[in-house]
Design a binder for this molecule. Sequence first.
Ligand SMILES: [Cu+2]
Length: 150
Amino acid sequence: MKKYIFALSMAFACVFSAQASLVFENAVVRTTPPGQANTAAYMTIKNTSNKDIHLTKVSSDESIKTEFHTHNWENGMAKMQKLASLTIPANQSVELKSGGMHLMLFKLNPGWQKEHCVIFMLHDKDNNAYKVMAEIKDITSSKHSDHSHH
Ligand SMILES: [Cu+2]
């Protein structure tokens, strides 16, 4: 029994030490008009370690599927593209933002916008896990959303 508890606490220690090398800031999930099943999440990810970190897996508690995405401009049109992984270079930050790289959430749970936050689990190439809490926020440009109320 003692052995088991020791193994368990070691497992937690691993998760925490891994989490320390990435800092997640300003994590938000964009609210959507009713009936829309997909949305995007944005955040700044800071790598405080001396090694590049390659994030290879992402999931959330409010969507069936979550992917790393970027935007490519083709003939003046922004097209979303799935990324196999997201690299956070050593001692640098990567900003996921509107019009750039983002997390894409597919098939959201009905009523997800009534929650306060969305919990993301990210895994890197070495299978370290990172937990991120993102605030649910209306981040459409204010002028635009005013218009749709008329
Ligand atoms: Cu996308």
